[in-house]
Design a protein around this ligand. Structure first.
Ligand code: BGC
Length: 720
């Protein structure tokens, strides 16, 4: 069907039929739905009539081939033009085969892996009838109090942009019409949802346009450059105007400046939320503002269906605005091949074949192993397989390792930690005791754990946050492990035995009471369906940790927001000596506990001979930075070589370091490889006072090394 045919349909549609395309409702509102589907927000008292659901254009959270086909069939029987429903759902890090949460995937620094994970997620979702996923979430995150940091790949605009592209490629493939194993992607949450004040969910975001353009917008843009079909608005304000009613953000920037012509959907209920935000007096005004700002589909509130008809009739809204939105939606339906085959990939037989297949589980296991970050290791790991192990803690046998965005995942299918360990050793060598629950516990449980630990040669603590402690609505002001778990560590520590902690959590934590107590700490995040197996691979040395933090671990919550690419200030702290009038805290260091890019391995790497091919460059003549990396340990390992750059004096203050490139290098023991990076003038550009994206001639410092702090510095000049 060509655009003209779609326009012909639109011309024949009644105004109510057109407005129907602009609402998205959750599964329970549809005939043919068997259960409640995915519910991620409020839905009481919506006043949905049969007419509204019959005219509706898309469904939220329906999945399962049978159910989706039933809903679609019932819908088409009533639809005059045979316009199929779009089925959308949050397939964020896996459908039923759950991959590590995005923050963990960010720590893999492995883009192929990310693409593969999205491809598998798309395949399982597509055969279950899903057409569009509400992913990737690419919000820059600098404040671990915010519960949704686990949904992002981290704090860095460059790294997040690369992951944004990789996820979009994986979800969408190259031809959505023919490749029915793919789904359309919807990048979210536009814009800057990752910067709520105080880390409190849904709170105000306040930042300059420069910071927005410099740090927060690039990942959304990257997703769109990769061909992402849809964009979702954010709940927050941007410069005083809620994103969902922000014309400057969506019409002027997204549509006019960036040329995005795909479908824009509000977040759940965000159109109606323009009322409590305080830019609309009622749902009619909310509808006007959202539509004029560029929102095509209103998710889960009814401002559009309740008001647009009257607003057109009284001349407040031009009908062409509605027609344009409908056309964008129909074009997406057409692109997905839904007019030809409204059931698209939905296929019960293939559901059986693909979902949780061996191949998918294998990929999830690899992803989990590559996403874990070894934070400390004093000669405890890898473990010897012949010693007695006590596995202690609330995550010892817990299936809550899938993460908050795994509504289709099942705890039963998850490989728990004890199961993973039993795959590696004689089960008689393993004793398991919970010690406490995540936030509470009894003396008896604690005593049982201490007894178990006292019999063992080595203790593994499985600790963390329940998945409900992060994710949407999961902000925390205290980002330590719950007290009861800190108490458990302190008690077990008294036994003076080797002790390794494995952590399951959705945010960088304040690790005091953990990292100072345990001899080794492995950050496992929420590793997904194969979590226990992957962790056992790492604990026993069948895999070597290669993850590197994509988000800073603060020294304490008092430092947040904290990120490596900050400004220097006019009074930087340059020595350990106490000087009052420099930027510092009286009671804690400026440095984070663990910096961006940090992660250990079971081997060690030395960096030598870092050099530049020349000490000046220009836009025609880039320079090359090279460095030799040697594996100086006894086992093969993968290093993530990181290149950062600082512009020493710009027109606008430049960050102390910015990640510009990285390379993952596999090295056998004693092997040396050279990593080289081309530095181009383009990489030195930034937004100037007039918001032009250009570079400044002058001095730059290139930093190369193993993380954002441990680097060698080389100076060069950019000349005109
Ligand atoms: C979340 C979105 C999600 C949507 C639909 C909202 O509450 O903020 O990220 O895609 O629900 O489930």
């Amino acid at each position: 069907m060509v655009e003209q045919q779609l326009n012909e349909i639109i011309q024949k549609m009644t105004l109510n039929e057109k407005i129907g395309q602009l609402i998205q409702l959750a599964t329970p509102f549809f005939k043919g739905a068997s259960d409640k589907g995915e519910i991620t927000g409020p839905m009481t008292g919506m006043g949905i009539t049969d007419e509204i659901s019959q005219n509706c254009g898309s469904v939220l959270g329906a999945s399962g081939a049978r159910e989706v086909m039933n809903i679609q069939k019932a819908h088409l029987e009533k639809n005059r033009f045979g316009i199929p429903l779009l089925m959308m759902a949050d397939i964020v890090h896996g459908f039923k085969t759950i991959f590590p949460v995005p923050l963990a995937m960010g720590c893999s620094w492995d883009l192929d892996l990310a693409e593969k994970s999205a491809e598998i997620a798309a395949k399982e979702a597509a055969v279950s009838g899903v057409h569009v996923t509400f992913a990737p979430m690419v919000d820059i995150v600098r404040d671990p109090r915010w519960g949704r940091v686990m949904e992002s790949t981290g704090e860095d605009p460059y790294l997040n942009s690369l992951f944004a592209r990789a996820f979009v490629r994986g979800f969408q493939g190259t031809n959505l019409t023919d490749d029915q194993n793919r789904v359309a992607a919807c990048v979210k949450h536009f814009a800057a949802y990752g910067a709520p004040e105080g880390g409190r969910e849904y709170n105000t975001v306040n930042m300059s346009e420069r910071q927005l353009r410099e740090s927060y917008l690039p990942p959304y843009k990257a997703a769109l450059d990769e061909g992402c079909e849809m964009v979702m608005t954010a709940f927050n304000t941007v410069d005083g105007i809620p994103a969902t009613g922000n014309k400057k953000l969506m019409r002027d920037l997204l549509r006019d400046e960036w040329g995005f012509d795909g479908v824009m959907i509000s977040d759940w209920g965000a159109v109606k939320e323009l009322i409590p935000h305080g830019i609309a007096e009622d749902s009619s005004e909310a509808a006007v503002k959202a539509l004029q700002a560029g929102v095509d589909i209103e998710m889960m509130t009814t401002c559009y269906v309740d008001n647009l008809k009257q607003l057109v009739e009284n001349g407040t809204i031009e009908e062409t605005l509605i027609d344009e939105a409908v056309l964008r939606i129909l074009k997406l339906k057409q692109k997905l091949g839904l007019f030809e085959n409204p059931y698209r990939g939905a296929d019960e037989k293939r559901e059986q074949e693909y979902i949780l297949s061996e191949e998918h589980r294998k990929a999830a296991r690899e992803a989990a192993a590559k996403s874990c970050v070894l934070l400390k290791n004093q000669s405890v790991l890898p473990l010897n397989r012949h010693q007695k192990i006590a596995l202690i803690g609330p995550f010892a046998q817990n299936g809550d390792i899938l993460g908050p965005w795994s509504w289709q995942g099942s705890y039963e299918e998850a490989v728990k930690m004890d199961e993973g360990i039993k795959m590696k050793i004689d089960p008689a060598l393993l004793t398991v005791a919970k010690g406490c629950d995540i936030e509470t516990g009894t003396e008896n449980e604690m005593n049982m754990a201490i007894n178990a630990a006292s019999e063992a040669d080595v203790i593994i603590l499985a600790l963390g946050e329940s998945s409900a402690m992060s994710g949407e609505g999961g902000s925390r002001a205290n980002i330590c492990l719950p007290d009861i778990q800190l108490q458990l560590i302190a008690e077990v520590k008294k036994l003076k035995k080797p002790m390794a902690a494995v952590l399951f959590n959705g945010r960088p934590l304040d690790l005091h009471g953990v990292i100072d107590q345990a001899d080794a700490v492995l950050e496992a995040w929420y590793p997904g369906t194969e979590g226990g197996a992957a962790i056992a691979d790492l604990l026993f040395g069948d895999a070597n940790p290669s993850g590197r933090l994509s988000m800073t671990f603060p020294y304490s919550v008092g430092q947040v927001p904290i990120y490596y690419n900050h400004f220097n200030t006019g009074r930087p702290k340059t020595s350990e000596e106490y000087v009052r009038y420099v930027t510092h805290y009286l009671d804690i260091p400026n440095e984070p506990l663990l910096p961006f890019g940090f992660g250990l391995s079971y081997t060690t790497f030395s960096y030598t001979d870092a050099m530049l091919s020349a000490d000046t460059m220009n836009s025609e003549q880039p320079i090359t930075l090279s460095v030799s990396i040697t594996n100086t340990g006894n086992v093969a390992g993968e290093e993530v070589v990181q290149l950062y750059i600082r512009d020493v004096a710009g027109e606008i203050v430049r960050p102390v370091k910015e990640l510009k490139a990285f390379k993952k290098i596999m090295l056998q023991p004693n092997e040396t490889k050279e990593a080289s990076f081309t530095i181009t003038e383009e990489q030195l550009r930034y937004h100037h006072e007039n918001l032009q994206f250009t570079s400044d001639a002058g001095t730059f410092i290139a930093f190369v090394g193993r993380n954002s702090q441990d680097v060698s510095a080389l100076t060069f000049k950019l000349v005109n």
